[in-house]
Design a protein around this ligand. Sequence first.
Ligand SMILES: Nc1ncnc2c1ncn2[C@@H]1O[C@H](COP(=O)(O)OP(=O)(O)OP(=O)(O)O)[C@@H](O)[C@H]1O
Ligand SMILES: [Mg+2]
Length: 486
Amino acid sequence: MTDQATVLIVDDEKHTRDGLRLSLEDDFDCYVASNAAEAMEYLTNDRIDVMLTDLRLGEDDGMKLLDAALAQPKPPVCIMMTAYGSVDTAVEAMRRGAYHFVTKPLNLDEVEILIKRALRSRSLEHENVALKQQVERKFSIEGILGQAEVMKPIIDTIQQVAPSRATVLIEGESGTGKELVARAIHNLSGRPKANIVSVHCAALSPQILESELFGHEKGAFTGAQERRIGRFEQANGGTLFLDEIGEIDASTQVKLLRALGEQTIERVGSSKPISIDVRVIAATNRDLAKMVEEGKFREDLYWRLRVVTIQLPPLRARKSDISVLADHFLKELAKANGKTYKPLGEDALPAMMNYDWPGNIRELRAAIEHGVVMSNSNRVMLKHLPSYLLNPRGLGIGLRAPSLIAAKDAATAMAPVDPTLKPKSDLDITEAEHQLILTALQRSGNNRTVAAEMLGMSRRTLQRKLKDLNMVRTHRRRVTLPQSAA
Ligand SMILES: Nc1ncnc2c1ncn2[C@@H]1O[C@H](COP(=O)(O)OP(=O)(O)OP(=O)(O)O)[C@@H](O)[C@H]1O
Ligand SMILES: [Mg+2]
């Protein structure tokens, strides 16, 4: 065994093979082959770092050998040799993935330098791939994307807690990825063959929830015509995901506490304990601690559930992830809708960064889907996204809700494209409105119909307001509304 790099020399002319071997064997482990079949032997059975091959190999085609070499699981760096005058073919080879080419007659020093350079670039490339994989493993496991600082401890916790049996409580606003995280924990749990079974606790009435979770015997209650296996039993050996755990009633809380503590359950209508081996993950978008304080949630159950807690931040607290999430959804949803992938237009991201995303990642996904479906150009532009993005917090500029604070806020949140439009701190409502209008016009490419739609006003109202705006601009006069408008 040696850690010298290996070079495979392929040429149908003996004197070229011998000359190359003589010149290279001080620095490299050399193998020689006179045709494609011999070369393939080496490529499949040995570790070849560099392949140096003639483009014309008697009967064989060097280009085919190149393709075959590059299709290997660990492809070598390929350098093509070509007769002077057939550089076109060599360029085609590079297009197919060859690293470089040399022309015959060979300059042996040149060949040696080229091989060394190729090896250096290959090891850099490998390092890059390894680093990238490391980063991706760390910050995007199981489809959970996110490079924002706030996500790093969360990813760590998921990896740490997954292989254990610990109960996990996932807290976060709606659409922050609670279910995704629950599935990630299950998938990484080392019980990959077992199921994850979900129960949406809010959707079921107390009695139905109880029998859903624990099952029931035949005749346990009116309508119980057959014995039914509950979700706990279905999840045996795997994971039970209890979504919206804050919604369960007092009696089911008691039963759940017992199931968690003793690892046994009883079907409704039976007193026979059944032992179960289930890992429980619960999620809530409510403040469970507060519910405990208010006596709406059992404290003992609360502590049982939150052996480990994961708090998912709202999207507005990790805005640096918006672009990577958006791009991910652009690809996913283009595919799902049978469209080709289009990147975001340059006006879309700033607006997305300025929006608060009350529905979090789910809302972002829906907005992107809107854009993917509505886009009729080769980009997804702001005008293709839902109009509320231009009109943050539902404030119609027709000023259906004429609050001075909100108007200022909206103007700020819109981050006007033109810096001269930056809102001033003593902004009055008219000025704020004008800035919103100008921004809408810029973003709609001066299309008044689209701008009006973005602003939530009729085209006619917009026309009228534009007339006012002109007056203000040409006379450099500020119109101040009476204080009562605030
Ligand atoms: N970090 C993330 N990376 C990629 N996609 C994500 C991420 N977080 C959430 N999503 C996607 O966003 C959507 C909403 O996520 P999920 O259903 O897990 O949220 P939730 O917190 O359970 O919401 P709810 O409280 O409304 O049930 C899903 O389509 C999910 O795949
Ligand atoms: Mg959910």
